[in-house]
Design a protein around this ligand. Structure first.
Ligand code: DUC
Ligand code: ZN
Ligand code: ZN
Length: 467
């Protein structure tokens, strides 16, 4: 007897760099051996004919986040991590939002309480900084980075969240000293306010005007400014949820200068357009997210950025609100103007099947790039490597077994989240995660939830490999 708890046998293993056929021997939640015919174990999982990949890491997820008066996010940690597991993910990084006037410690305490005992897969928190005080900059943030919260997001838009350029520089300065990674939501707040007021004055309040209120120039300008501020502060920066070529070119230009500027794109920018916001009645509200989906040319640009490596990660920006719900997209105020429709769409379960099908199966990216942008680069970017994000001896046994031939029409019931729709309804998908395993524990197998809901752990992160 070899002493393995589990052997995954006969699969085709792909990492960000290699593809090979081997068995995986798992012991105490870790990958203990890779080899030919590893033999018996307490459990043998037959993966013949299947693709064995590192479990997905989704570096951009919102769960149980306060979202304005009367609005409730559709997923908490239980439903969000469940849905993520069904989509082949083994770790997610939700955001912990600091509310104005509160400390980050208070915010973290509340988020850990929300997550405790309710996670099917592993989680690690990014911080969202909304209140830039001297205490936060000088004491709180540096201490939290030491404790493993090594990335934080700042916003250039939204009431109560938008930071001034000076505040951004101060946060970046703290990040530089602490070697943390700053993530930026790059949209120009004043421009959005100006355009929103103008649209409303003309009576243009339907969901489709959300896209017109934040055109590409709004994102391009803020992306340019965020990068310039990061250059001035001499700090790496991650521009999240990039939606179009002009913003992407700002990143590319900075990369060309040798700056540590990273980019992320998301499914909504590959698979949706602003036309989706133009549904009958309020249906367009289902697609309201920021930045908004753009046009076909922007979709192609985002594909281009993924293929060429301008974007190092592909994340969901899962930010779910129920549609037909007075606490969601159709809240009373949301019906009066796009301004009040909660921003965000679900995607944590659809992210990997969409990219696998449209990217790998259609030959736009190879399986190694798929693994890189959905797992390995995410792990390196956010300080989880080498423990997570790859299949290697000593790494956590975080694995997704894919059936590359399974054909699925995407419907909401396959995704197991707390929303009541998927923006990707009806898409024909080839390839589906058949089994998701977190630290050796099967969480989802053949469409059935097996994992206990307290299996997921909070992961203390190292510094980003790129900082
Ligand atoms: N930004 C996000 O990252 N998610 C949802 C809403 C937003 O503006
Ligand atoms: Zn954002
Ligand atoms: Zn987000």
């Amino acid at each position: 007897m070899n002493g393995f708890d589990t052997v995954i046998s006969g699969g085709r293993i792909s990492t960000a760099s290699d593809t090979f056929f081997a068995d995986i021997g798992i012991k105490d939640g870790c990958i203990a051996a890779l080899g030919m015919e590893l033999g018996d174990a307490a459990e043998v999982i037959d993966a013949a004919g299947k693709w064995v990949l590192p479990g997905g890491i989704d570096g951009h997820v919102h769960l149980s986040q306060p979202s304005g008066e009367g609005i409730v996010m559709a997923d908490d940690f239980e439903t969000g991590t469940r849905s993520a597991a069904f989509g082949g993910n083994t770790t997610i990084l939700p955001f912990c939002l600091q509310e104005k006037g509160r400390s980050l410690h208070e915010a973290l305490k509340a988020y850990h309480a929300k997550a405790a005992g309710k996670c099917y897969i592993d989680v690690a928190f990014h911080l969202i900084i909304s209140d830039v005080t001297e205490t936060l900059l000088g004491q709180e943030l540096p201490a939290l980075v030491e404790d493993g919260y090594t990335s934080f997001k700042i916003f250039m838009t939204y009431e109560g969240l938008a930071l001034s350029d000076l505040e951004m520089l101060k946060v970046m300065e703290t990040a530089r000293k602490s070697r943390a990674l700053v993530m930026v939501h790059a949209e120009n707040y004043d421009a959005i306010r100006f355009l929103t007021d103008r649209l409303e004055q003309l009576g243009n309040t339907a969901p489709k005007f959300h896209a017109a209120s934040r055109p590409i120039a709004v994102e391009r300008e803020a992306t340019h400014r965020a990068i310039a501020l990061a250059e001035i502060a001499d700090v790496p920066v991650m521009i999240v949820h990039v939606s179009n070529r002009e913003a992407m070119n700002e990143i590319l230009r900075a990369q060309g200068k040798g700056l540590k500027v990273f980019g992320e794109t998301c499914p909504q920018y590959l698979f949706l357009t602003a036309d989706d916001l133009d549904g009958l009645n309020m249906e367009g509200a289902k697609y309201v997210c920021s930045p908004p989906p753009r046009d076909r040319a922007s979709q192609l640009a985002c594909w281009d950025g993924l293929e060429r490596g301008v974007f190092s990660i592909f994340s969901s920006d899962h930010c779910p609100f129920r549609y037909d719900d007075p606490k969601g997209k159709l809240a009373l105020r949301g019906r009066t103007s796009f301004r009040w429709v909660p921003n965000g769409i679900p995607g944590v379960a659809a992210r990997l099947p969409l990219l696998f099908s449209e990217g790998v199966m259609k030959g736009r990216i190879d399986i190694h790039r798929f693994v890189a942008v959905t797992a390995t680069n995410q792990a390196k970017m956010y300080g989880l490597a080498p423990r997570k994000g790859t299949i290697a001896i000593g790494s956590d046994a975080d694995i997704a077994i894919w059936d590359p031939e399974r054909k699925v029409m995407l419907t909401h019931d396959l995704l197991h989240d707390g929303a009541d729709y998927t923006p990707y309804q009806g898409m024909e998908i080839t390839g589906w995660p058949q089994l998701t395993m977190v630290r050796g524990q099967v969480v989802v197998r053949d469409g059935i939830l097996e994992g206990p809901k307290d299996h997921g752990m909070h992961v203390v992160r190292d510094r980003s490999a790129f900082v």
